[in-house]
Ligand binder design. Structure first.
Ligand SMILES: Cc1cc2nc3c(=O)[nH]c(=O)nc-3n(C[C@H](O)[C@H](O)[C@H](O)COP(=O)(O)OP(=O)(O)OC[C@H]3O[C@@H](n4cnc5c(N)ncnc54)[C@H](O)[C@@H]3O)c2cc1C
Length: 291
């Protein structure tokens, strides 16, 4: 099916783009990689009167590492993250990147676009929930920083106002005693997750868990952070038994649907296995930094 008729704008500066959103935000959809928006338009699930293509905006494709933070500009593509040395500063991010979609989609789709779209089957939102990321939302007259937990409201719904653009995504870098992982089950290479599990661990000097992050993909009506499982880990000494306890909590709080990718029971079991596996891998990296 062809998309409905729309006007096309392609501003050449950020100021121009923000001013368009200021004047016509309600009728304008930002076009970044187009890898979610265009299919939605072709299926007529979305029929925005105007598309504003941001691909000509200069200086929005950088990945910066500064003061313990990894920063992605609005036009950083999934594949930029795969290829980036800087992105290795957060292990959950660098391990998840190659799992996002297929090479063609990875060359076009953006991290910011994926978060703004908030498909519960999207991999980045779980990564960001597990790592405690925040987003910078910019409008023509203000800028605000929003924690990922507050940004993601519900499936396909975020806190981004019609006059705002996600201009940066900030992720804490792991310390030398930190580690992270992303486990993903897909039916075939490049497919959306049947189940995805993002994990992140920071250890204190004595080897106990100082901070834990766990978030799940495709097993709830939105990407699901699991604070109950994180709390079970924090302050404790890592062990297979402890990881099994956290994994059991994660498998209980998720609420997968039975579909062509598998039964709810099967997916719940995969959450259990992948959470244990992801935590063990995260710990493997983190304990390398213990002296
Ligand atoms: C075949 C296929 C397989 C895929 N598989 C996966 C997968 O396995 N895992 C996965 O996570 N994703 C997958 N995707 C989705 C892909 O990752 C998309 O790139 C991503 O969801 C959206 O990013 P985009 O840059 O393409 O955004 P667009 O499609 O351009 O936009 C998506 C939405 O976000 C808004 N938006 C975009 N950028 C901004 C911004 N800076 N500020 C505010 N709003 C913005 C748009 O207005 C729109 O509403 C797949 C897509 C396809 C086509």
């Amino acid at each position: 099916m062809y998309p409905a008729k729309f006007d096309y704008l392609a501003p050449e500066t950020l100021e121009e783009a923000l001013s368009i959103l200021h004047e016509r935000g309600d009728e304008v959809k930002i076009l970044a990689g187009g890898q979610s928006l265009i299919p939605m338009m072709k299926l007529r699930f979305a029929s925005p009167p105007t598309l504003m293509d941001i691909n000509r905006l200069p200086g929005l494709s950088r990945i910066n590492r500064t003061n313990g933070t990894l920063e992605f500009d609005a036009l950083v593509r999934h594949n930029d993250v795969v290829k980036s040395d800087a992105a290795k500063a957060n292990h959950t991010v660098s391990r998840a990147a190659p799992w996002v979609a297929d090479p063609i989609v990875r060359n076009l789709g953006t991290v910011a676009g994926s978060l703004a779209h908030h498909d519960p089957e999207g991999d980045w939102a779980s990564v960001m929930l597990a790592t405690g990321a925040e987003l910078v939302l910019t409008s023509s007259d203000s800028q605000r920083t929003v924690k990922i937990d507050d940004f993601l409201v519900d499936m396909f719904t975020t806190n981004c106002l019609p006059n705002e653009m996600v201009t940066k995504v900030r992720v804490p870098a792991h310390s030398s005693r930190g580690g992270g992982d992303y486990q993903k089950l897909e039916r075939k290479v490049g497919d959306y997750a049947t189940v995805g599990v993002a994990t992140s661990l920071e250890l204190d000097e004595g080897g106990r868990v100082a901070k834990a992050g766990i978030a799940l993909t495709s097993v709830f009506h939105h990407n699901l952070k699991v604070p109950e499982a994180e709390a079970a880990l924090e302050g404790e000494r890592p062990s297979d038994e402890l990881f099994a306890e956290a994994a059991n909590i994660a498998s209980q709080v998720c609420d997968p649907a039975s579909d062509v990718r598998g039964s709810a029971e099967y997916k719940r079991h995969v959450v259990d296995v992948f959470t244990r596996r992801g935590l063990a891998k995260s710990y493997e990296t983190a304990k390398g930094g213990l002296t």
